[in-house]
Design a protein around this ligand. Structure first.
Ligand code: PAF
Length: 279
């Protein structure tokens, strides 16, 4: 695995590839887990060259968020990626990515102020901007993102369409622990008993999905209330619980196969998100 730290070196290497070679790209913020590795595996299967980036992007964190304590186990990440036979690992520095006087940003008027964007001001502005910068540097044919961050995936697809980028976005299913807890780098903040509480999130979403599929409950209010009732018994502070259309993120009045339940909440100080598609 080639480790590259400078943009110029990566751009030059990328240019040297035969244009017939398919390039797969997995952007990450490190602290890799099986969720990331499922993206890497998909990329390895579908491309000739797989490039992974690790960059903890400060512009997608608000001042009160966990940037300073975000896990950065870089040596372990390198070991894991080597064992997965990733071709290139790109680890740029902050100064390499954000030059002095950096001032052009990507955001969506319509979709960044809902769901996570409503509570994490500037989060998607920072995330979309870094993803576009990385796309321009790496110039991949395929890029891979986890469906746990459904809104992020949705916005990246929208950016690719609206800005005419020639990149295929491949959303990859959520990877879960046996307990149902969706894998996240932030799970490392949770104590054992908090993890047990966190596993109830998926169980409650799953049970709402069963109510929709088996018991034909189509009312978003009834489904949301049933989830809230289940989560009432544990130490969790719900930030939002909403059912929206997976194609346009609009709030649904009646659930159908395209609907998706979105959850965000806190266990202690740890913010967790999850979602489940009703189809
Ligand atoms: O999902 C993430 O890890 C980040 O938001 C991403 C896409 C790597 C951009 O920093």
């Amino acid at each position: 695995m080639k480790i590259i730290k400078s943009i110029k070196e990566l751009v030059d290497l990328r240019k040297s590839f035969n244009s017939k070679k398919k390039i797969g790209f997995v952007p990450t913020m490190g602290a890799l887990h099986q969720g990331h590795l499922s993206l890497v595996s998909k990329s390895k299967k579908q491309n000739d060259v797989t490039i992974v980036s690790i960059f903890v992007n400060p512009t997608q964190f608000s001042k009160n968020e966990d940037l300073s304590k975000y896990p950065k186990p870089i040596e372990n990440d390198i070991k894991i990626l080597k064992s997965f036979q990733v071709d290139i690992l790109f680890i740029p520095s902050y100064n390499n990515i954000y030059k002095k006087d950096f001032s052009i940003w990507i955001f969506s008027d319509k979709y960044t102020n809902i769901l996570c964007g409503k509570y994490r001001k500037n989060h998607f502005k920072g995330a979309l901007t870094i993803v576009l910068k990385l796309f321009n540097i790496v110039n991949p044919n395929n890029a891979y993102f986890g469906k746990k961050d459904f809104q992020q995936c949705f916005l990246i697809k929208k950016m690719v369409t609206d800005l005419n980028l020639n990149i295929k976005i491949n959303p990859v299913p959520i990877v879960r622990e046996k307990s149902g807890l969706a894998l996240s780098s932030r799970n490392s903040y949770l104590k054992i008993e908090q993890k047990e509480d966190a596993s109830q999130i998926y169980k409650s979403l799953r049970s709402a999905k069963d109510d929709f599929k088996k018991n034909r409950i189509e009312s978003p209010t009834l489904l949301i209330n049933s989830i809230k009732k289940k989560l009432n018994n544990i130490n969790i502070k719900i930030q939002y619980l909403e059912i929206r259309d997976s194609h346009n993120l609009s709030i649904v009045k009646k659930c159908n196969n395209k609907s998706i339940i979105f959850f965000a909440g806190f266990i202690g100080k740890t913010r967790l998100i999850d979602n489940i598609q009703l189809n």
